[in-house]
Design a protein around this ligand. Structure first.
Ligand SMILES: [Fe+2]
Ligand SMILES: [Fe+2]
Length: 252
């Protein structure tokens, strides 16, 4: 726990605005002996010392800023049939949908006339259909990956991520509802709703996937050495298929 406490202190310094490069230099010895599982212990230590979930979210950036690009390392070390590779691929697809949502929101805001047949509206409808796949994506993590990590000191990170799954699913479902009920909105009200929901969904989803790519999955790969566990996850994951690649119908 001593190493975790020291790491937690370093993270607090990064979070309070000190230069990560300078801290990395000063803490070279500690960082060179660090395993990714120490990060989850530090995370647990911080939760125990009363840091709020929101503060913990900002700490993830501190982790990444002192530990370097864990995502690049993770990608280069994963086998092509590893179940985490599929999750990372879905993250990449969601990144594209978020950029599309950003663009279509601008188009909707600028549209002079907006009807169910407008290209802007149809594009939004299509992108929203893709974003609904986050339900299955997060279910794969909640039901298959997080339980496998339960016996490792990763619980606090999983709790933060599970909480944001719930928030994201809620927001995407509100966006879907707005799209499905387009005809009940005044165009101005619809624009306000789309703008508010897009501005909420885009940063929270980006941040969420950043945390998983840079913290959760590098740790998961580091701590779960039993290939049978990954094999079981892959078997169940295959049954769920890929999500995000085929749009679900948005309007029913
Ligand atoms: Fe997630
Ligand atoms: Fe994810």
């Amino acid at each position: 726990m001593e190493k975790a406490r020291k790491l937690a202190e370093i993270l607090e310094r990064v979070r309070s605005g000190e230069d990560p490069a300078k801290i990395r230099q000063q803490a070279r010895q500690l960082l060179s002996t660090l395993r990714l599982s120490d990060i989850s212990r530090a995370h647990k230590y911080l939760v125990g010392s009363g840091v709020s979930f929101d503060q913990l979210r900002t700490l993830v950036y501190a982790f990444a800023s002192i530990l370097g690009d864990q995502f690049a390392l993770l990608r280069s070390n994963l086998g092509s049939d590893h179940p985490v590779r599929r999750i990372l691929a879905e993250h990449q697809m969601f990144e594209c949908f978020l950029s599309d949502l950003e663009g279509v929101n601008l188009m909707i805001q600028e549209a002079e006339e907006l009807t169910e047949l407008s290209s802007e509206f149809r594009r939004l409808e299509h992108i929203t259909g893709h974003l609904q796949a986050f339900d299955v994506h997060s279910q794969r993590e909640d039901d298959l990956v997080f339980p496998a990590l339960e016996s490792y000191p990763c619980k606090s990170i999983c709790a933060v991520l599970q909480k944001s799954h719930w928030r994201i699913k809620n927001m995407v479902s509100n966006l879907t509802m707005a799209v499905n009920n387009f005809k009940h909105f005044e165009p101005v009200q619809f624009k306000i709703q789309v703008s508010a929901l897009s501005s909420a969904i885009i940063p929270i989803m980006r941040e969420h996937m950043f945390q998983e790519d840079n913290i959760l999955f590098p740790i998961a790969i580091d701590v779960i050495k039993d290939e049978k566990v990954w094999w079981r996850i892959k078997q169940l994951s295959d049954e769920m298929g890929y999500c995000g690649f085929d749009a679900q119908p948005c309007c029913t």
